[in-house]
Design a protein around this ligand. Sequence first.
Ligand code: PRX
Length: 651
Amino acid sequence: MADKHLDTILEESRRFSPPEQFTKDAHISSFAEYQKMYKKSIEDPQGFWDSVAKELHWYKKWDRVLDESGAPFYKWFVNGKTNITENCLDRHLNTATRNKAAIIWEGEPGEERVLTYWDLWYEVNKFAHALSRLGIKKGDRVAIYLPMIPELAVAMLACARVGAVHSVIFAGFSAESIRDRVLDSQARLVITADGGWRRGKVLPLKGIVDDGVKECDCVTDVIVIKRSPGEPFPCHFQEGRDHWYHDLMDVAFVPHQPEQVDSDDMLFLLYTSGTTGKPKGIIHTTGGYMVYTYHTTKHVFDLKAKDVYWCTADVGWVTGHSYIVYGPLANGATCVMYEGAPNTPDEGRFWKIVERYGVTVFYTAPTAIRAFMKWGDEWPKKYDLGSLRLLGTVGEPINPEAWMWYHEKIGNSRCPIVDTWWQTETGGILITPLPGATTTKPGSATFPYFGIDAAVLDGDSKETNAGLLAIRRPWPGMLHGIYGDPERYKATYWSKWDGMYFPGDGAKKDKDGYFWILGRVDDVVNVAGHRIGTAELESVFVEHKDVVESAVIGVAHDIKGQGLVAFVTLAGSVEGTPELQKELFQWVAKKIGKFALPEKIIFSADLPKTRSGKIMRRLLRDIAEGRALGNVTTLADASVVEELKNKYEEE
Ligand code: PRX
């Protein structure tokens, strides 16, 4: 993938300047202005972020902007006291934003709901009160497993209001993944729904939670939101532990005063895959994350009062946290939220939503764009997309061909595109064009955001044209550790170079200073914009009674960017039947979730290894992508790889 991508981008010579119409009203309206502000933010980052933070509400001002003494456990806005919901909700109530739509929601079956800022404030206050009555208090961890319904935002904000730490688990994860995350965070409460719609079917979320928390003694309460009016979807209710959301809300009071939390208090945990079998609970705290998501949302999406902003991500991933919930609400924006699949009931659904609500800013993933391309131009053509003024992408490198299609067919060749590079760990966007200022090149995330000292380095921390992406100093949105594992935090992110952050991505910087992100350089595969650790999947396979060894690799995939291929060695006499193959697919769905399913499972009597026993994944990738085999001289047994190659080609 990376090689192919590198070849294409090296040949890319197209340039797109911000259209005059856009530049005229943009918050940042020329490249010179960006450069001036960027210079200031790098020369005096503390002064820069100090003045941004002053735009927000604090109960007590910070003593210092940044404390580096405990590096890499940096502290931002030291001793400042705030509550993010004060900034996302209360702050807007005395302004014209009070009666403006905060969330315009559409369910997959077609229902519509609009919550104004006041409505959202009211719901969040009531739910915060209900949480307090259940005894949820500052620092408690709360797991949230919900479909894309407004109550997902309400639940997150209510946790934040009482100072509890939310841990949202994407509703595509399996019961066992819920269990692992709940146990790791020792969550007391789980918030779920009776069900949610996806591709015309109801996902039985409550049932999955019931299975997931069976072994979790830490869970004392489960709150269940009824997804639709009328009878709930069938689900089991455990007396004493389970509560209906609407019953709790019926007896809750407003206002519920926000907890005054410290800048450095945890806001949320979000689990993400790494290079070991165990997902990491990424810690985000309050002050820095709030300031950074507020500022990036405003400038990257050039948000104005009249915008109708739609980020199509699921709130279960970080994009939804930062750019559906916290960033847009802190800016008083109107956000569209859609529950279901882009091709239900047909492939025009997204464009129908854009037309229906007059979406002006649209933010999606390259994998979705490639699916739209495959479905055909006739779908967007059926709808009036004239309201759009800005497009964005996130989650994986975008191939120039998909970028051009997005530009022409969705943006009608007049909307700038912001290709935003960032990660769960970074909290917000770090490398991105600014739509009124940056001339874009298809496939490049262009330049670092304010205060971001990005570089492409070699292993010795020397700058190079093609190498590893590095962030050379802390930034406000940064993670504050891995839950329960400070050593892993230091080793994963801060040990490659002295005092610099290592994101795990390869990158190239061209002669004009543009950054081109090439993809992961570790054993993390980006499948349709979702991070999956190959080690995580391998350990799932070997947990199966019939499997003794497995190697999982990422391969290029037309729509998903990357897909997974699993090579599996079975125990002694076990035969690799199609039934067993099916069982192993189901096993992965059960252990992680369907989104982590490999494209192929190949049974192999042995795996290519070096003489010291290390699996040579490079050769497996060559086989899977149909290339001539690379250097095989270090193999312990060269026949293994030949056999495997023949078998793969047969299949
Ligand atoms: O490899 C990079 C890729 O996605 C990874 C982060 O994944 P995750 O934590 O799940 O967050 C995704 C949403 C922010 C990165 O290490 N990635 C993200 N955005 C881009 C990207 N790769 C290239 N270009 C991007 N714009």
